[in-house]
Ligand binder design. Structure first.
Ligand SMILES: [Zn+2]
Length: 219
């Protein structure tokens, strides 16, 4: 399948089997419950409901990576937690994307590790209630560590806490398209929004081709 346009959330893809016969992809969506500029609660609920509806319509395997700091928002924590519940009710697991979306490139291991543990509070409670403790970690900004030593230290920490790194193998710069898309929508320029949407889908197709070729060349 091809990914659908889920503007407003980071969307990355993880292919599992690049052979001609069986080409599959899992979608990873970061920064739950919402990324990007400040949206009101109603918009956040609507975007998540749309994402879940589209994933279900395509029977698309997906996982959402949570920033706990985007859950613990004054007066909205219960509603934002309910959005995470909706993901789990749709049989889509959640992963840890840290509390405050720090870059590991500039953050000492000790501080970064604490941000991972703080990032774990709501999603662990919700997932353990379903008998499935969280298993996947996604580095913010894909920063896996400034040195080999830091990287190894973090991987050891993650393993001790039952986490595996969820890598991604196809990246489509959706956050850049999103900036101009939101601007076009804010200006009620539907023609421009349509062009950006089409360009985003074309670009995503080209990134599939590019990274699949890279995988074939490398492996
Ligand atoms: Zn992120």
């Amino acid at each position: 399948m091809r990914p659908v346009a889920l503007l407003g959330l980071l969307l990355l893809a993880l292919p599992v089997g690049a052979g001609e016969a069986a080409r599959e992809v899992a979608l990873t969506i970061d920064d739950l419950p919402i990324s990007g500029p400040t949206h009101d609660l109603e918009t956040i609920q609507r975007i998540n409901a749309q994402v879940l509806r589209i994933l279900a319509a395509h029977n698309a395997p997906a996982i959402g990576f949570v920033n706990q700091g985007r859950v613990e928002v004054a007066d909205e924590e219960a509603a934002r937690t309910a959005i995470l519940e909706q993901w789990l009710e749709a049989d889509l697991p959640l992963g840890n994307h840290t509390y405050s979306h720090l870059s590991f490139q500039e953050t000492p291991l000790e501080k970064f590790s604490q941000d991972i543990l703080r990032g774990d509070v709501t999603l662990r409670r919700l997932m353990e209630a379903r008998g499935q403790p969280p298993r996947y970690f996604r580095h913010p900004y894909t920063r896996t560590g400034p040195t080999a030593e830091a990287k190894a230290g973090l991987e050891k920490f993650l393993a001790q806490h039952g986490y595996r790194v969820a890598p991604f193998t196809i990246e489509n710069a959706d956050y850049l398209f999103n900036v101009v898309y939101l601007r076009a929508r804010a200006a009620s320029d539907d023609a421009l929004a349509d062009r950006i949407r089409a360009a985003y889908l074309d670009y995503t197709d080209s990134m599939f081709e590019f990274f699949e070729q890279q995988a074939a060349d490398l492996f």
